[in-house]
Ligand binder design. Structure first.
Ligand code: ATP
Ligand code: MG
Length: 419
């Protein structure tokens, strides 16, 4: 990609009302544009990173047998009435709208009701189960506070997966598969070493549900942990009887701030019962489908990674989710010729800064955008058949031959094409 072709520009200043460091940098570097509080547009660079996170999740879910759909954001109130979730008292973040033909519609904050209803058309017998259906979809929530940039917004991209099983045993097997898939996902997006599976409230069947919490100072949640006993608890379950059950005392727990990047729930019959999702078992007896749901805030994950890795110069992306892996700056005619060729040969991994700016400005933008590696191709080092290769995160610099650079680029190009 040639930078001169993009309509976006890096900005010197972020909007004054933007308090999160990640949001300031994402705006300044041209990843997102702020529409209004809690509402953002994804620009070419930001969309590439968001798509890469989405693809990692897709790969890991497909690997455990899940099937992808995309459901409508518009919601039929009748379904939500049946589960008691249409009222603004039950769900306080609804966006609702009126049909010009009369009646109301909702903008989906989540999809349990419509997916349970949809599957009534397809689930008839135990032979149709289990089913694991997911989507990447825009959710709408009328959040009271939107202050963490893309980490908490009123419109956001969620991956929501729903499981439909014949019984608890079959459900549990899949639940564990999702736990493992989630671990791989957080690992691959760069949050592996700071994301913990926590016990949370809201378990309908078992006492607990699980959340995946990433330790980060600006996180909105507080989690409590004991490293030796490998226990991590959400604040709301840190009750005397729960601590007893885990064999840990209050003063053995340390606390830290964290952001919820995903969760998994055993729903049991919470939605299948009121929405009447049934199947005939082996003996021809009618049974209710046993359900689970599993969310990941895709755009929140992007914000959390941005927040975690950023430094005083700008964003720092892990290579697997960076929009491009190598930022090329050319100095001198020979350099320009080589850079153009590399950009054409490796279009998925090279961001070539062909603008008419001073090298210093280009270096600053490379850092602000957080591209993992910078390559400077100048006549000076080309005299020794070398180019300068700098790692964004560490600042480590070395001289490599063009052959070595091409070997690195073709690896990245292969990776981004296989996703
Ligand atoms: P939170 O406690 O942060 O409000 P939640 O319990 O409402 O989250 P879910 O309804 O289970 O979350 O949504 C699934 C995932 O979607 C969450 O784990 C989180 O990563 C993400 N998410 C939830 N609300 C938002 C939001 N307003 N903006 C961006 N991502 C969100
Ligand atoms: Mg919420």
């Amino acid at each position: 990609m040639k930078l001169s072709h993009s309509f976006t520009k890096t900005l010197r200043n972020a909007p004054k009302d933007e308090s999160a460091h990640s949001a300031q940098l994402l705006i300044r570097a041209g990843y997102v544009h702020k529409e209004l509080a809690g509402v953002y547009d994804y620009l070419p660079l930001g969309l590439r990173t968001l798509n890469k996170i989405e693809n990692i999740i897709r790969e890991e879910l497909n690997a455990i047998g899940c099937e992808e759909v995309r459901m409508s954001a518009l919601q039929n109130p009748d379904l939500w009435e049946k589960t008691g979730r249409w009222s603004n008292q039950a769900v306080d973040i609804w966006f609702k709208t009126e049909l010009s033909a009369g009646g109301e519609l909702g903008l989906a904050p989540t999809h349990e009701e419509p997916i349970t209803n949809m599957l009534k058309t397809y689930i008839k017998s135990y032979k149709d189960l289990p089913l694991y259906v997911y989507q990447f979809q825009t959710k709408f929530r009328n959040e009271l506070r939107a202050k963490s940039g893309i980490m908490r917004t009123r419109e956001f991209l969620m991956k929501d997966l729903y499981s439909f099983s014949v019984d608890e045993k079959s459900h549990d097997e899949f639940y564990h598969k999702v736990e493992n898939a989630y671990k791989k996902i957080y690992e691959r997006v760069g949050l592996g070493d700071c994301t913990y599976q926590t016990f949370a409230s809201g378990g309908i069947f078992s006492k607990f549900s699980h959340e995946f919490q990433t330790i980060i100072p600006v996180g909105e949640d507080t989690i409590y942990y004991n490293k030796d006993k490998s226990i991590v608890l959400n604040e709301e379950v840190k009750l005397p009887e729960v601590l007893d059950e885990f064999g840990v005392s209050e003063d053995e727990l340390e606390s830290t701030r964290a952001a919820e990047v995903g969760n998994i729930f055993t729903l049991k019959y919470k939605y299948s019962e009121p929405l009447d999702l049934k199947f005939n078992d082996k003996d021809g007896k009618e049974q209710t489908v046993f359900m689970g749901c599993y969310g990941i805030g895709v755009s929140r994950v992007m914000g959390v990674v941005a927040e975690k890795y950023a430094d005083d110069k700008g964003l720092v992306w892990p290579a697997e989710i960076a929009p491009y892996q190598v930022y090329i700056v050319a100095i001198g005619e020979k350099g320009i010729e080589i850079a153009s060729k590399l950009e054409q040969k490796y279009p998925e991994s090279v961001l070539y800064d062909d603008r008419n700016n001073r090298p210093g400005e280009k270096f600053a933008d490379a850092e602000l955008m957080g591209i993992p590696y910078r390559v400077v191709i100048s006549d000076k080092t080309l005299a020794d058949d070398k180019v300068e290769y700098t790692e964004r995160q560490s600042g480590d610099q070395k001289l490599l031959t063009l052959t070595e650079i091409e070997a690195i680029l073709s690896e990245y190009e292969k990776d981004s094409k296989s996703h």
